[in-house]
Design a protein around this ligand. Sequence first.
Ligand SMILES: O=C([O-])CC(=O)C(=O)O
Ligand SMILES: [Mg+2]
Length: 234
Amino acid sequence: MTSVDNRAGAAADRGGAGASSFTGDADASVSGRAARQGAATLHEAAGRIGALPSRFRPVDPALRLAGPAFPVLCPVGDNLWLHRAIYAASPGDVLVVQTGLGEEYGYWGEITTVAAQERGLAGLVIDGGVRDCERISDLGFPVFSAVRSIRGTLKDHTRPGALGAPVLLGDVLVRRGDLVVGDADGVVALPADRVEEVLAAGEERERKEADVLARLRAGESTLDIYGWRGSGDE
Ligand SMILES: O=C([O-])CC(=O)C(=O)O
Ligand SMILES: [Mg+2]
């Protein structure tokens, strides 16, 4: 099967055709650069936009997610559109799924994870439930979900859904091709046409923070480094 190792700093493992997982420091691809910077840095570098609600939590916080969004609209309690999405998306894509809210269901699990890995998909963000979480974690597939639920879903061919059309997660509209990045802190979605600019700003931010960290370790204080000593601080 296609092996996709998304652990930060992991050795390269590109077992499958078209798989575009990032592979640690050596990966200079957009997804690799984005994954290395992480969700919080990119959110800041973009001007504090694109933060998905904090209810999106990783099944395995050690796994990082990065890739272009493939949005999916899924009717409540039915995951057939997710199975369709697995075969409609491109290798390297992240499925970004809006479900009907209300009752909780386990839309995604071990079967769908293995199917997605075989297609070389990069991960999943879903405003709904997932199950088989231990297995998903063992499989090393980055999944970010709003809830976990053991409740099974229908596969009804007649129910409406959509592939590739924009979806709304919290107050963030995610379009096909937007850059989605998730890690232990949360998930950010950035407009596709700003990705290069934001990555460059994020890298500049990381350089500055590396300098701050070195100065802290050399004994300086945050108040001095950032010039935050007001009259009450002395
Ligand atoms: O297919 C489903 O209904 C969700 C699931 O448990 C799996 O993918 O293993
Ligand atoms: Mg299952």
